[in-house]
Write a protein that binds this ligand. Sequence first.
Ligand code: BGC
Length: 369
Amino acid sequence: MVKGKRSALVAVGLGLALSLAACGDDDSNGSGTDSGGGGGGGGGDVGKIGVILPDTESSVRWESADRPAITAACEEAGVECDIQNAEGDAERMTQIADTMIGDGVTVLAIVNLDSASGAAIQEKAAAAGVATIDYDRLTLGGSAEYYVSFDNVVVGELQGQGLADCLGDKKANIVYLNGSPTDNNATLFAQGAHNVLDEMKNYTVVGEQAVPEWDNEEAAVIFEQLYTAADGKVDGVLAANDGLGGAAISILERAGQAGKVPVTGQDATVEGLQNILAGTQCMSVYKSATQEANALAEVAIALASGEEAETTGTTEDSESGREVPSILLEPQAITADNVGDVIADGGQKYEDVCSGEYEQMCADAGIQP
Ligand code: BGC
């Protein structure tokens, strides 16, 4: 286990006032474009900001939530942003970074695919005088000026507590389906979940495995193996995100156990929320993309303007020991009782979550269009 000291303060509440340097530029055009405006006055002369997302498969969040939120944050701040996706390929991320640096971006934000490739990108950027930001995932051994994310140990603690709430006091066998071993967040999620569940002596861990690259298909294979090895005696599944949770649920379905065995998740995806409504998933964790994107835009603008950004504390890089100035936001647990909160906050659309067979379930849960 990583000794990752959590020294950053948690930003308080969903209402964290990361006030953007609003520019009063209200032309909100085309959310599907790659770049966010640029014509507004608020961003001043900060140049272009490059953002590289990791992939489209490990979670739907990157394209469905982060891209539109970052686009909107950039537009609102009147700063030009070039948002690309590395499609799960670290070499591709390096090439995109090279192109962006050559293109003269003033700030480069990455969601690394692994710390080594992320650190190499940041080193090159620094050599070219380009400041860098770790977006969502800390690059261990990296040199990013800032780290913008959620408190990821708390994410894991919410998952652990959520599973415990669904299981109750009975004796229970638990399987952990952890995220990618190359993702520092996955380490923190597992750490947080263990913080809570290891204390509870009525639970026994009967299987625990990390899923390379958060690959959902591989997750199903891994879970099936763990399930078989445990003779089907699995009472709860700590799955690190909704995609991995969905993979576990698909195997439980085949075994006639879906809905009987609580499964956790993360990202409050459409699928995750629908599984919660249907009773096959116990909980998810909502991390507002709007909050995270706004924090990113604010930090990027500060960096490009040579100013210091407001932080919530620092996070220790467990590899180098460096204290990285951070903005860590507060995640929220989502259960059957508050699925509507995600929709009310704009995290998902009613039409997407409450479509087809889920319309009645939404109505039953008090979720209105
Ligand atoms: C993010 C999660 C996401 C996972 C897979 C993590 O680093 O924090 O929100 O589900 O990566 O993409």
